[in-house]
Write a protein that binds this ligand. Sequence first.
Ligand code: ADP
Length: 324
Amino acid sequence: MSDLDDFSARLRSLTDGRASAPRVRDGVMTLALDVGGLSPERRDAVAAAIREGALTVPGVTDVRIAMTAERQQAKKPPRVIAVASGKGGVGKSTLSANLAVALSRLGHRVGLVDADIYGPSQARLMGSEGEKPQARDKRLIPVAGALGIPMLSMAHLVEPGQALAWRGPMAGNALSQLIDADWGEAELLIVDMPPGTGDIQLSMIQKHKPAGAVIVSTPQDLALIDATRAVSLFEKGGVPIIGLVENMAGYACPHCGELSDPFGNGGAEATAKAADMAFLGRIPLAIDIRMQSDAGDPPAARDDAHGAAFRSVAEQVAAWLRSA
Ligand code: ADP
């Protein structure tokens, strides 16, 4: 490693990634430093440390630092898409992860927030268990999940089970930390909402104003009634419903692939129609979906029939976003 490479590596940790690669010409080192969001004291201290370090590189006699303020330009925050269900266990987390993956494969810059306080599972679904987010300027920096999708989970903030005792405001603050994180280039944020239709959900909706909501339900009548409650929650908060996804719709036989319908067929589509909602499609109940999900290998990353089912939902969400 050359002395300059060695200094470049030190520079990255010294500036938290805010400096460009340094160049040296005729003994003069030049580099750009992004000072957006830094206090004047901090900015001067970082610049002084760079100078001091740079002058130890053999051959460098002068240092010029161009200060830029990229981060200060208010970047548009990503549009939030809430994925919700009236109750737990219907596959809301599975759909959120796979919607993020399918949208990313369609070319969207997506981030994923696991706001499911009571059972955060996105780290497992996206293969990022054990990763810990860093923080900069008091904002969390997401970790990378499957396909490099940036993500943050409630599990990154608290030990498993701890949040169960939280009251609304605490949960709301934690949720805001995740949504207001440094999402970089992401233009869309898929938020796996806490299940149910209580205060936490309502305050999240009021505070973060999702662009739209996707409702997940299973074919059973009970889950469909719960789904209707989730719909009214968003309507109360003035958030448009993108549509309803029917999950675990029909059983895909692992041997022959044949679909059977233990819970009947068409209930979710009829519910969507009756409520004047778009029907975004059905995802079959399939052992592969559960096994791949549990292994942190989202089925939407594949080109098989299950991948296609998630892709079709994502295409409709993307079309909705273009027209909204
Ligand atoms: P929720 O977020 O609504 O609580 P999850 O996404 O955690 O639900 O799903 C609950 C369980 O059902 C998980 O074990 C998941 O792997 C499984 N599951 C979800 N969707 C499917 C599906 N289409 N086929 C098979 N298993 C599924």
